[in-house]
Design a protein around this ligand. Structure first.
Ligand code: FES
Length: 147
């Protein structure tokens, strides 16, 4: 008799333990949602994003910015504005703008790319990824290619 009551008691404890675990999980889940809001999904490729005002980039200079979690460089020459990936196509080292020579340089092994991202020389064998650029009312927008 005492044994059966003891089993029933253990069963109640077991259910109570599960209930407490569930409530704790829910509490942690909602606390996490409150502290870190739901992240929006990445923007779809092909949609344009504002990068900078045209006046933010003087002719002959470049501006670093982020788009979709990646680093990019916006370069402005006298004739056009280009945005290239901030990562080399060879081994992914960072790219910087060489103002004196008006080229993009890989900081890793020195590959050199033209202002439009075209490969000039170095270990890299392909050009830098570029963004499609649109300028509307002196505002520069960029979009990744759909391909
Ligand atoms: S990573 Fe660019 S040349 Fe080495």
């Amino acid at each position: 008799m005492a044994s059966s009551a003891s089993h029933a008691y253990r069963g109640t404890d077991y259910l109570l333990g599960i209930l407490i675990l569930l409530l704790t999980g829910l509490l942690l889940f909602w606390t996490g949602r409150f502290l870190q809001p739901v992240r929006l999904p990445p923007t779809s490729p092909g949609s344009y994003h504002f990068i900078a005002q045209l006046d933010d980039v003087a002719s002959g200079t470049a501006l670093a910015f982020e788009l979709e979690g990646r680093k990019w460089l916006l370069a402005r020459t006298e004739d056009y504005v280009t945005a290239v990936s901030g990562y080399c196509t060879y081994r992914g080292s960072r790219i910087r703008w060489d103002r004196r020579n008006q080229v993009f340089l890989c900081e890793g092994h020195g590959s050199t790319f033209g202002p439009r991202g075209n490969l000039i020389h170095g270990l890299a064998t392909s050009p830098l990824e570029t963004l499609r650029i649109r300028t509307v009312d002196d505002r520069i927008y960029g979009a990744r290619d759909l391909s």
